[in-house]
Design a protein around this ligand. Structure first.
Ligand SMILES: Nc1ncnc2c1ncn2[C@@H]1O[C@H](COP(=O)(O)OP(=O)(O)OP(=O)(O)O)[C@@H](O)[C@H]1O
Ligand SMILES: [Mg+2]
Length: 437
C-alpha cells in the first residue's frame, strides 16, 4: 500500500485499536477474532446439544482453552456467529443459563467451589435471588457456609471433623436443591451450563466426581464444563475412576495451533487496524516459527510490534529483523514478567546454564522429549564443560524445576509455553564465560 494512503488511515485507526489488535493478556471473546479451531468448536457444539454428559477442555498453558470456553458460552446462549464463520451446520439457537467462574488460586476444595458458585453474583447468586424457593434454600447456609469452609482443614479435632463432614454434606445438598429449583423455574430452555476455568488450581478436588454423579442423577439439565492445564481428564480431576462416563466422549484435548491458524491470528489483527501496520511474509513466518503452536506468543510479539511501529510511525511492512528487535524489547521490558522471571531464575548467574537451557529448548522432539546425548554434544560445541551438571540444576526447585526427568537420558520441559519462550528469547549473557564458571 502507498505510504500516503497509510498515513491518511492513521486518522481513522486509533491508538486504542492498535493496542488491542493483539491481546496477549485476554482470551478471545469476539468470534471474528477467534482463529481456527473448527474441529473443537464443532465438538463443543455437539456436546452442548447432547443430553447428559459434561464437557472438559484440557491442554497446555496458553494454548487457547479459556478462549474456546468463551466461545462455548456464546454458542450456549444462542450466538451462532462463530458456527457460521466456520461453516459448521447449525439449525437452532441454544438457550442455556451459562455462568463462568475462574478458580484462580483462592479455591481450595470442592466445598469452596460450590460455595463460590452459589454466592458469587456473576455466577448463580443473581439468579437465585429471583427464585424464592432457591433463596430460602441458600439461607440455610447463611453464615454456615463460611464457618464450615473455615473449619475444613482447621484443627483436626473430632468436633471439627464432624462439623466439616456435616458442612460438606449440607453444602452439597443445598447446591443440588438450589440448582433443582433453578432448573424447574425454566430460566433457560436448554438448561444450565456451569463453566469452571482453571480447575487445575483447585488444590484438592476430592468429591467433585461424586458431585457430578449426584448432579447427573438429579439434575438432567445441568452441564459442567471444566477447564484446566492437564494432559487428560483423569489428571485434571486428580481422580482415576468414573471420569470417562461423566464426560461421555466430550473431553476436548486442545493441541497446539497449526501454522495456518497462527497466521490467521496475525491477519485478523492486521485487518482490525485496516492494515495500517502489517508484517511481510518472512516476518509472519518468523513469528509462526517462534510461536511453536502457542497463540499466546503470537499475541505477545504482535502487540509489542504494533505498539512500537505505531509510535515510530513505521507504516512500511515490518520485516524479520523488526521481529527480532521486538523480541529483544520483550525480554528487556519484561513484557511477560512471569515467563521472564522463570527464565532468569533458571539461568541465574550462569552463562553455561543459559547455553544448556537454550540448547535443550531447541532440541525437543515431536513427542515433547529431549534426548540429552544429542543436546550435550551441542552444548559442548558451545564451550560448556560438563553440561550434565546444568541439566541436573534445571530439575531442582532452586532453578525453578522447569525440567522433568522422564528416564535415563530423557527429559522434558514442564511447560511447553516456557520452552517456547526460552527458544525465542535472545541470549542474556552475550559475553564469554567468566573465569569463575
Ligand atoms: N482461537 C484463537 N484465536 C486467536 N487468539 C487466540 C485463540 N485462542 C487463544 N488465543 C490467544 O492466545 C492467548 C492464550 O489464550 P487463552 O487465555 O485462551 O489460553 P489458555 O489455554 O486459557 O491459557 P492459560 O493456560 O494461561 O489459562 C490469548 O492471548 C488469547 O487471546
Ligand atoms: Mg485460561
Amino acid at each position: 500500500m502507498k505510504q500516503k494512503n497509510k498515513l491518511k488511515m492513521t486518522q481513522v485507526v486509533t491508538l486504542k485499536q492498535t493496542e488491542n489488535a493483539f491481546v496477549p493478556a485476554k482470551e478471545i471473546s469476539d468470534p471474528k477474532k477467534f482463529a481456527g479451531r473448527g474441529e473443537y468448536v464443532r465438538d463443543a457444539y455437539l456436546a452442548l446439544m447432547s443430553e447428559g454428559g459434561n464437557i472438559a477442555i484440557v491442554g497446555n498453558r496458553g494454548i487457547g482453552k479459556s478462549s474456546l470456553a468463551r466461545q462455548i458460552i456464546k454458542i450456549s446462549q444462542g450466538d451462532n456467529e462463530l458456527l457460521s464463520k466456520l461453516n459448521i451446520h447449525h439449525d437452532e439457537k441454544l438457550d442455556y443459563l451459562s455462568v463462568y467462574l475462574a478458580c484462580g488460586n483462592s479455591i481450595q476444595n470442592t466445598e469452596q467451589l460450590m460455595e463460590r458458585l452459589l454466592t458469587t453474583r456473576a455466577c448463580l447468586a443473581e439468579w437465585i435471588y429471583e427464585i424464592p424457593s432457591a433463596s430460602k434454600e441458600i439461607s440455610k447456609l447463611t453464615g454456615g457456609a463460611n464457618i464450615g469452609v473455615a473449619k475444613i482443614g482447621g484443627d483436626d479435632t473430632d468436633e471439627s471433623t464432624k462439623n466439616a463432614a456435616l458442612q460438606k454434606h449440607s453444602i452439597e445438598s443445598v447446591f443440588i436443591n438450589v440448582l433443582y429449583d433453578l432448573q424447574k423455574s425454566s430460566v433457560a430452555k436448554n438448561g444450565i451450563l456451569i463453566v469452571i476455568d482453571e480447575f487445575d488450581q483447585i488444590v484438592d478436588p476430592t468429591g467433585f466426581a461424586s458431585l457430578l454423579k449426584s448432579c447427573a442423577t438429579n439434575l438432567p439439565y445441568l452441564k459442567f464444563c471444566i477447564i484446566g492445564v492437564a494432559q487428560d481428564i483423569h489428571n485434571l480431576m486428580k481422580e482415576h475412576q468414573s471420569a470417562d462416563r461423566l464426560f461421555a466422549g466430550s473431553v476436548i484435548n486442545l493441541p497446539s495451533m497449526n501454522d495456518d491458524e497462527l497466521e490467521e491470528i496475525i491477519n485478523n489483527a492486521e485487518l482490525s487496524i485496516n492494515n495500517l501496520i502489517s508484517f511481510n511474509d518472512d516476518a509472519k513466518r518468523r513469528i509462526i516459527t517462534l510461536a511453536n503452536g502457542h497463540p499466546y506468543i503470537v499475541h505477545l510479539i504482535g502487540k509489542q510490534a504494533f505498539r512500537s511501529a505505531y509510535f515510530e510511525g513505521r507504516y512500511e511492512e515490518l520485516n524479520e529483523d523488526y521481529v527480532d528487535e521486538v523480541l529483544k524489547s520483550i525480554a528487556e521490558k519484561e513484557a511477560d514478567p512471569v515467563l521472564e522471571g522463570r527464565y532468569k531464575k533458571a539461568v541465574a548467574s550462569s552463562r553455561s546454564r543459559e547455553t544448556v537451557l537454550k540448547v535443550l529448548s531447541s532440541n525437543v522432539r515431536t513427542d515433547g522429549e529431549i534426548y540429552t546425548t544429542d543436546a550435550y554434544k551441542l552444548a559442548i560445541e558451545q564451550d560448556v564443560d560438563n553440561p550434565s551438571q546444568y541439566v541436573g540444576h534445571l530439575v531442582t526447585e532452586e532453578y525453578g524445576a522447569e525440567l522433568v526427568k522422564l528416564r535415563d537420558k530423557h527429559y522434558r520441559f514442564k511447560d511447553s509455553l516456557f520452552q517456547t519462550y526460552v527458544r525465542a528469547r535472545p541470549i542474556l549473557f552475550t559475553q564469554p564465560n567468566p573465569a569463575s564458571e
